[in-house]
Design a protein around this ligand. Sequence first.
Ligand code: BTX
Length: 324
Amino acid sequence: SETRKQLLKLFTEAGESFLSGQKISEQLGCSRTAVWKHIEDLRKEGFEVEAVRRLGYRLKQMPDKLNANELQLGLKTKRFGWNVYDQESVPSTQQLAHQLAHEGAEEGTIVIAEEQTAGRGRLNRSWHSPKGTGIWMSIILRPSVPPQQAPQLTLLVAVAVAQAIQEVTNIVPDIKWPNDVLINGKKVVGILTELQADPDQVRAVIVGIGMNVNQTQFPSDIASIATSLAIETGRTFHRPKIVQTLLQKLEQLYEQYLQHGFLPIKLLWEGYSVTIGQQIVARTLNGAIRGVALGITDSGTLKVQTEDGAIHYVYSADIEIKKQ
Ligand code: BTX
């Protein structure tokens, strides 16, 4: 309801300070009893509201739910995240986002779910997306660029994710070309970029982001390669806050990209990269290339030099970094 929204706004603006029942009832234009009832409703939803005699109320903890309400409370973006499809359980947020994009959904629209039952990675690999622990989200972008430039967006998203993790945890994550974000060599985020495009123009980019946040364990088949923010830091995180930070970083970088092109993004990406300068194996659909990763080109392609001195341009691959 509108009153509930206003009440939450008052609480978030007040931050650490208490709001008296009197003040709240004046601001909302309702009785003290009505205020009390609204607070009880919030508590039932999982909000922790502290009440102290003579001081009043303050909000101690918001529920760790990825609902539009929670996501938008205090959201600082201009456009990203203001059109939200929040779902309890979906096969894949990508699927729904594709459909919405086809129907004309505006740029910055997000689809987010507590659980995915058929989350996917690249090449139809599966993405483990258990309930209530991670961030499983797709965002719709509509850049006016030719389809060949779309891989740049994968790198842009990886930088935004890395910046968000850094801000929230103080850990500087690594990016492994093109789409893995790692902490201590293990995957904490996967990014999947898919296109709806005409031959010379992108209509929509559907960016899927899967972030392991509060999991404390993984199924045995990925236990050795996957990690979560909770495992790496020993604490749990409020997911809506991370989504907000992520959307903010994403929007900033995206605006920078539209205005100034890929170069500034490329520089930031290189700062997080663990691939460049390494001895690698790039497994592509056409076979494996072994050599040194020299860098990325201005279009986001990986440049690999093989032993014979030849330079290869890799558009899409899985990268294994050889231990030196
Ligand atoms: P990828 O193909 O690079 O990685 C997939 C591989 O990662 C799997 O084969 C498995 O080995 C490993 N893996 C699976 N689940 C996890 C996990 N939770 N954490 C770490 N490693 C894992 C990466 O693809 C792109 C993933 C995008 C996921 C998002 S979630 C929201 C959106 N919806 C959807 O269906 N996919 C995207």
